[in-house]
Design a protein around this ligand. Structure first.
Ligand code: CTP
Length: 442
């Protein structure tokens, strides 16, 4: 990678200290980072920290006599390949959305033609406020990219969406924007204008909004340790990419993953089963299809410790676990009319038998079952071997005792399997339910 120039804008929130790690990771990736801070940001982190680590003047106020460049907002803004705001407050988002340029950072936004990426962090009520959401929609329409905040415990001790996304993921997404040719990244086009059309590979899923859970969850034991599993996120992300290419609107709720999310897909991060449940329920009203591909922990520590647990000379330790809420089952129970609900069953024996009982118990339309012990299937591989169980076409009742259709598939790439799953969703969508057909004839 060439030496990309990043303008890192830091605004006034508790998460401002995390911008230091973002800067370090960008530098490690070979980027040249220049930092601009709002005045409130300097209440949380001293400009000196960034200055020492970048060896450059940190601009807070371009009218400051100490500023070596008298027209910094013009020179700074025109030299950068990406303007990255970490963390972004509701205030800076509002200023950007409305073209207000009353400080260095907001003036830089107006004076720059580089792509812009914003990683917000704020209190949940401020995040959910209609004005904030309106400003975000406006900026998205202007081509600004967002790294959405995640759900979790916030600095104000409330629980909800508003926590800054994981710094590594912010950097990954920033670098993904820069992997376009430098002439484009630093030029007049903003990312959304460069994005390939969503329907590049076809349109048979146009009009569907597919909500997918991906990856594994992490259940905290204490602030240092957690319980998790081997899920890589590859299968779920393959489904997300395939659905995007077939014209669907896609939202991914992702836990811990080993691979990067596909481009042009909205990603909401939720690390624990509880956070994932909350994120899914929030997104559900917009969805027409739900696909539960995440390996959600079935049990989580009953009483996670707020402080690191010490050995204290013990040879044994008992960890009490409590059952997590079943996201897939709750989605099926709360489904809107015509919603198609798809689950996964990763098994080691009697694969189809267990999958069939899952379908019935949870009220599912489709179950993708696989034997994770088979060669070429399972976690962190690029291939899979699956049997798709689907509600008999013509049966109106999801999870009914009607015998499901079994489609046994050979070894194939996760992307090919993703398309097979989507084919079955389309078949169900186009099928005339038995009940509807009966009433139509009477
Ligand atoms: N799932 C979920 N929420 C949970 C647990 C599982 O949404 N708390 C979803 C998974 O995303 C997957 C399916 O349910 O689609 C897996 O079903 P499940 O019965 O939980 O499988 P196992 O965990 O393997 O269950 P068991 O150990 O009982 O076989």
């Amino acid at each position: 990678m060439g030496k990309y120039k990043i303008g890192l804008g830091v605004t006034g929130g508790i998460a401002a200290y995390k911008a230091i790690e973002v800067m370090r990771l960008l530098q490690k990736a070979g980027c040249d980072v220049s930092v601009a801070m709002t005045r409130h940001a300097t209440e949380f982190v001293r400009p000196l920290t960034f200055r020492a680590l970048t060896d450059k003047h940190v601009i807070v106020d371009d009218y400051d006599p100490a500023n070596p460049d008298p027209i910094a907002h013009i020179n700074f803004s025109q030299e950068i390949d990406l303007l990255l705001i970490v963390p972004a407050t509701a205030n800076i988002i509002a200023k950007f959305a409305n073209g207000i340029a009353d400080d260095f950072l907001s003036s830089t936004y107006l004076a720059s033609t580089a792509p812009v990426m914003i990683a917000p962090a704020m209190n949940v009520t401020m995040w959910e406020q209609a004005a904030t959401q309106r400003n975000i929609e406006r900026l998205k329409a202007d081509g600004v990219r967002f790294v959405e905040p995640v759900a979790g415990e916030l600095a104000c001790k409330t629980v909800g969406t508003g926590k800054l996304e994981d710094v590594e993921n912010i950097v990954r997404q920033a670098l993904a924007v820069l992997s376009v040719p430098p002439a484009v990244a630093g030029g007049v086009l903003r990312p959304s204008e460069k994005a390939p059309p969503a329907t590049a590979g076809g349109t048979d899923l146009a009009g569907e909004h597919i909500l997918i859970t991906v990856g594994g969850t992490r259940e905290a034991i204490d602030p240092v340790r957690f319980i998790s599993n081997h899920s890589s996120g590859k299968m779920g992300f393959a489904v997300a990419a395939a659905a995007r290419d077939r014209g669907a609107k896609v939202t991914v709720v992702a836990g811990a993953t080993l691979v990067e999310p596909p481009e042009n897909v909205r990603v909401v991060r939720a690390i624990s089963a509880e956070e994932m449940h909350a994120a899914v329920m929030k997104e559900l009203p917009e969805a027409t299809v739900f696909i539960g591909s995440a390996a959600v922990a079935d049990y989580a520590p009953a009483n996670a410790s707020g402080a690191k647990i010490k050995k204290d000379g013990r040879d044994f330790m008992i960890l009490e676990l409590k059952k997590t809420r079943d996201i897939l089952a709750d989605v099926a129970k709360n489904r809107t009319a015509n919603m198609i609900v798809v689950g996964f069953a990763a098994e080691t024996n009697d694969v189809v038998g267990y999958a069939r009982s899952k379908m019935e118990k949870k009220g599912l339309d489709i179950v993708v079952a696989n034997d994770i012990t088979a060669k070429g299937a399972g976690f962190n591989t690029d291939t899979n071997i699956a049997t798709i169980l689907t509600r008999a076409v013509g049966s109106a009742n999801a999870g009914s005792s009607d015998i499901p259709v079994e489609i046994e598939l050979p070894l194939m790439s996760k992307r090919e399997l993703a398309d097979k799953i989507l084919d079955e969703i389309i078949k169900l969508r186009n099928a005339v339910p038995v009940n509807a057909a009966k009433s139509g004839n009477s």
